[in-house]
Design a protein around this ligand. Structure first.
Ligand SMILES: *Cc1c(COP(=O)(O)O)cnc(C)c1O
Length: 389
């Protein structure tokens, strides 16, 4: 086997594809528009450190994470470009965020005051972005008055007002852009009112991937793209907006191949019954690795142009396949769970469809137990686990 010392089941991450995707998005921007790459949730399951390093190397203005630990992981890996933390900062961790130059999202007066106080105490600059809730009803100030109160609590030479942002709730709704327009107008109005009070921000931003593609007039100073980096559109309906290449390919192999007889059943609950003599391959991954159990009897892996359908229920750590049609199959052959449909590999969009799920969620859910192997112009780096199958 190619990676004898690693678990053969692996998620291959093609960093050249990611670079291609970044270039494709950048082509849609004005040259002055900054590029924030969203690497929260371990870079949507791809591995934040490797992805972050590559993004830094190819010239990314800003990274974004959801929680402080994710930002610290990137700092510990030696990444020095700005990192915005999207989620609210916990009071007890403000000093750590300041010390590690993690830009904080602020939207309450209480937190603003604590940040200002801590920055002065440490005599170190705290970087903040003010979050405006223009219609998502998640986090953010909901009016100019609230915004002004927060900013007044952040008046200090040790607080840098680096940005102001909002987040769209419905930017992938191509039929009806009215709500996105309303959110944009609400946001811009609050920005203008703050400016009239002499409160200015370095970066105004509002576009996630969907808005970046569908509303070029809303790019402002920076766009924030997540899903496109990894080769997927926010919604399969947006595929015509930009060409993207899936970055992750989930691969496994048969750990055991055998024949069963007509009438034999496969797996828990005996949901697959062989109508004739059937060749069954067992593969060493399961729902503990993030494979949705709804794929039981519903999915097929790809092998050299053939399909290997799932037989019976997905188990925690193993899955059985009906490989009767694939005469030459051996334990050495690669079986593709999902990947680039351009190569004939099963599509993540289809997996989302079948499981009534969401491609973002499927990517984030690919378990830590699966090693990520990184490819870039001929080089291969394996990181994370070194479990054997
Ligand atoms: C996750 C997130 C994004 C990125 O969303 P994509 O759809 O993956 O581009 C952008 N902005 C905020 C605030 C987010 O939470």
């Amino acid at each position: 086997m190619e990676y004898g010392s690693y678990r053969f089941t692996r998620a291959e991450v093609n960093l050249d594809h990611m670079e291609y995707n970044v270039d494709q998005i950048k082509k849609q921007l004005n040259p002055e528009t900054k590029f924030m790459a969203v690497v929260k949730a371990d870079a949507y399951g791809h591995g934040a450190v490797e992805i972050g390093r590559k993004l830094e190397a190819i010239g990314t203005d800003y990274l974004a994470v959801a929680v402080l630990d994710e930002g610290l992981e990137l700092r510990e890996a030696g990444i020095t470009i700005p990192i915005l933390m999207f989620g609210p900062i916990e009071e007890s961790t403000i000093a750590t965020a300041i010390a590690n130059e993690i830009t904080m999202t602020v939207f309450t007066e209480e937190t603003a005051y604590l940040i200002q106080k801590k920055a002065e105490e440490l005599r170190k600059t705290a970087y903040i972005h003010l979050k405006v809730d223009s219609g998502m009803s998640r986090i953010g100030v909901r009016s100019f008055e609230e915004a002004l109160n927060v900013m007044n609590a952040l008046k200090s030479d040790f607080v840098k007002w680096d940005g102001i942002f909002t987040h769209f709730a419905d930017a992938e709704n191509l039929e009806n852009p009215a709500f996105t327009k309303l959110q944009f107008d609400t946001f811009i109005k609050i920005v203008a009112e703050l400016e009239s009070e002499n409160i200015f921000f370095n970066l105004k931003h509002c576009c996630n991937t969907a808005a970046t593609l569908a509303f070029p007039e809303y790019h402002l100073d920076m766009i924030r793209t997540g899903i496109s980096l990894y080769g997927y559109h926010p919604d399969p309906k947006m595929q015509s907006y930009v060409d993207l290449k899936p970055v992750m390919t989930l691969k496994t192999h048969a750990s055991y191949i055998k024949n069963i007889s007509a009438g034999d059943t496969v797996g828990y609950g005996r949901t697959f019954k062989a109508a004739k003599s059937t060749k069954i391959a067992t593969i060493p991954l399961g729902y503990a690795d993030g494979i949705p159990r709804q794929l039981s009897n519903q999915w097929a892996l790809f092998i050299n142009g053939h399909k290997a359908p799932v037989a019976g229920r997905i188990c925690m750590d193993q899955i059985m396949l009906d490989v009767t049609e694939i005469e030459s199959l051996t334990e050495e052959d690669e079986l593709i769970f999902f990947g680039d449909p351009a190569k004939g590999y099963p599509s993540l969009y289809k997996m989302a469809d079948i499981t009534n799920g969401f491609h973002y969620e499927l990517l984030c859910g690919i378990g830590k137990r699966i090693p990520r192997i990184y490819f870039s112009a001929g080089s291969v780096t394996a990181t994370q686990n070194t479990l054997l199958d």
